[in-house]
Design a protein around this ligand. Structure first.
Ligand code: SF4
Length: 330
């Protein structure tokens, strides 16, 4: 069963200022599936379209972002949602928090700085569940906090009284209070130090193992993907370069861009100098034709400059968009 099916998604930013129109092709023809009970990673450099992709699949499509083409269909245990057609009212009542929740980088933006943590829980649970019995609400919230291994006194603290790591854990606890089918975590550990980062990642893994739901983890940090995700996609300039089980991405990367990402990771004890890739990611307001990676690719061929490579399945569960690979060729 598929939890989310995204097909040929094209989402662009279209702006008009001083008579000049500008189109940024942030997500350009993306197709992928998410399944229940997996942690799926999305990796790629800044401005490769990761955030735009999650904005669209979480139903957060606001001007100047526009979906030009494609479909985003969820199946929450028989409850089908067409994310590009659903009304804002249904999204708010039945989908956000209950079926899809969102953990973002800055937890302070979820927690109200002038209210105790318990009040934020109360607002969300009341709005979405209509619970008016205060005792029942407190019991449920405490049980949830305990289940996640957090001390219950965090509920009576103001956000500024908690460390950054604890605030992020509280934000994750909030996002999972209804045990949603999909948790989207957007760079959830980027602002945290390494030790705290490990704790937050363990918490995400533990929640997924307990609830058997799906986590979509977006981060540029390949080490995080290596430790946490089951499958992953590598995005480059608004398109999928490669998608495979995480183990295959790290042990046998196929796309030249993925190979560069893996080869540039520092290894403990290794003394060789890492080389960086020449050039920089393209401007998506004016991307290069053909394969968007061609100006930086060490294997570039003539056809790469003009023909967009299809994302082909080179072996089971492994897709690559590169002219070096054909269907079932690995
Ligand atoms: Fe390199 Fe060509 Fe493959 Fe693009 S299609 S990654 S330019 S070899």
């Amino acid at each position: 069963m598929t939890l989310l099916s995204v097909r040929n998604l094209r989402a662009y930013y279209q702006t008009e200022a001083y008579g000049i129109s500008r189109t940024v092709q942030a997500v350009d023809g993306i197709s992928f599936d998410l399944f229940p009970n997996e942690i799926y990673g999305v990796a790629g450099e800044s401005s490769c379209g990761k955030t735009t992709l999650i904005k669209v699949i979480s139903g957060n499509i606001k001007h100047p972002l526009k979906v030009l083409e494609g479909s985003v269909i969820y199946n929450f245990n028989g409850y089908q949602v067409d994310m590009l057609q659903i009304s804002e009212d249904e999204l708010r009542r039945n989908v956000r928090w209950k079926q899809i929740s969102y953990v973002m980088q800055g937890s302070m933006s979820v927690l109200n700085p002038v209210r105790k943590v318990i009040k934020t829980f109360e607002d969300i649970v009341r709005t979405h569940e209509g619970i008016t019995d205060k005792k029942k609400f407190l019991e449920q919230t405490r049980a949830h906090i305990n289940r996640l291994g957090l001390p219950t006194d965090v509920l009576n603290a103001y956000p500024h009284q908690l460390s950054g790591g604890m605030r992020q854990r509280v934000a994750i606890a909030l996002a999972t209070v209804f045990q949603p089918a999909l948790i989207i975590a957007d760079e959830p550990t980027t602002a945290l130090d390494v030790v705290v980062q490990r704790g937050v990642l363990h918490m995400i893994k533990d929640i997924q193992a307990m609830s058997k739901n799906t986590v979509l983890l977006v981060t540029h940090d390949m080490a995080v993907h290596a430790n946490v995700t089951d499958r992953m996609m590598i995005m480059y300039a608004g398109r999928i370069a490669e998608e495979a089980p995480t183990e295959s991405i790290f042990n046998a990367p196929l796309h030249p861009y993925t190979q560069h990402l893996i080869n540039s990771l520092p290894m403990i004890g290794e003394k060789t100098t890492r080389t960086s890739l020449g050039g920089s990611p393209p401007n998506l307001a004016n991307p290069p034709g053909g394969c968007r990676f061609h100006p930086r690719c060490p294997h570039v061929m003539d056809e790469c400059r003009t023909v967009v490579p299809d994302l082909v399945t080179v072996k089971e569960r492994h897709r690559v968009a590169c002219h070096l690979f054909k269907e079932d060729s690995v």
